[in-house]
Write a protein that binds this ligand. Sequence first.
Ligand code: PSV
Ligand code: MN
Length: 430
Amino acid sequence: MTNMPISAELVAEHNAASRDALSDEYDSLGRKLGRRGIAIDAIKEKVKSFGVAVPSWGTGRGGTRFAKFPLAGEPTNIHEKLEDCAVIHQLGRSTPGVSPHFPWDCVDDYTALREEANAYGLVFDAVNSNTFQDQPGQAHTYATGSLSSTVEATRQQAIDHNVECIEIGKQIGSKALTVWVGDGTNFPGQQDLGRSFDRYLAAASQVYSALPGDWKMMLEHKMFEPAFYSSVISDWGSSLMAAQQLGDQCKCLVDLGHHAPNVNIEQIVARLHHAGKLGGFHFNDSKYGDDDLDSGSINPHQLFLVFNELIEAELSPGKGFDPSYMIDQSHNVTDPIESMLSSAETIAGCYARAAMVDRDALHAAQDGNDVMLAFRTLRTAYETDVTPILAMARDELGGAIDWLGVYRSSKYRDRKAQERKAVGLGAGIV
Ligand code: PSV
Ligand code: MN
């Protein structure tokens, strides 16, 4: 590995100062879990092998359509983004994958880009196409649609871009393409809802044809935004229909923030798994109609319930279970590195708590219709403070026990504010 962005001595110094307290808390939790028949080390090992990818675009300050408040020292190109991803993985040890977005992350030499990531101990995860924005010099506008456009040349341009993303992905070692389109309408009658879907399917199937045999294509649904009356792939039903029509390698991707408020997302997870179509996740949280808040910051219980379904799926793989996990948040007011470290910890924590549910007791209570016992079995796991397990896993993997303390005392962002090009006054939505 090349020089890691944060000094290893600083991490070691901080860890040495908190290791005794951590051991004490870990041992205490171990005794408590032991009384429940759970081996704490087994959960810790699961946590150590758990990974969630970070989005390259999440390393920059996000914004809304009203404003973006830039952060001094935020990255402005994929090389700087990779460096920030390296910090996140160096301290947190659970985010070895980086999910790039094209054309935002385009470079001349993708072999070199792959080596650059590998030198930081990172690999590239799913590649994301972008047909939801127009790019400078682009021949045809996506203002009224991309893969579902009524204009054949526009559809072809969107197909070509997705195929190009696959080609780039092959060079950087990716094995998946995530397709989210902003296609939809803002007025009733603007488009025929059925024929738009047909055009999308015909175009998406051409992208699917370019997929290598060991890849998956993930369709990401979103109820609304940027189209506010209807979206072509608005929900898991449309996504599932499309994935079923496109073929076995096509799966559905669930972005937690892309549903109507209060929708039972964990049930959607169970249904997609049942159909063998659960391809991946974009983790974030949502309070109203947003899809950008930090994972588990608003509703950690929902995140736990999602992971509960994922553990059930892992235990009963049925038609297959190999989902891609990725964070997808917009950091409008925090340092993105801190937000992603916090989110990765929250996500791994929900995984750990779901992994310690007494499944036999839960299934027995469910089968016997013992409602309260079933509920309490889940709740017992949810109420367990797993932070000592997460911190111990980080320490053993060479990360930071107190990632926030180490990150802040490293003054990484201040250093980058001196070195990196200023982003200037931000515009609106990213
Ligand atoms: C759309 O809201 C989305 O969730 C998609 O995953 C995009 O690729 C990403 O956000 C970035 O705009
Ligand atoms: Mn997303």
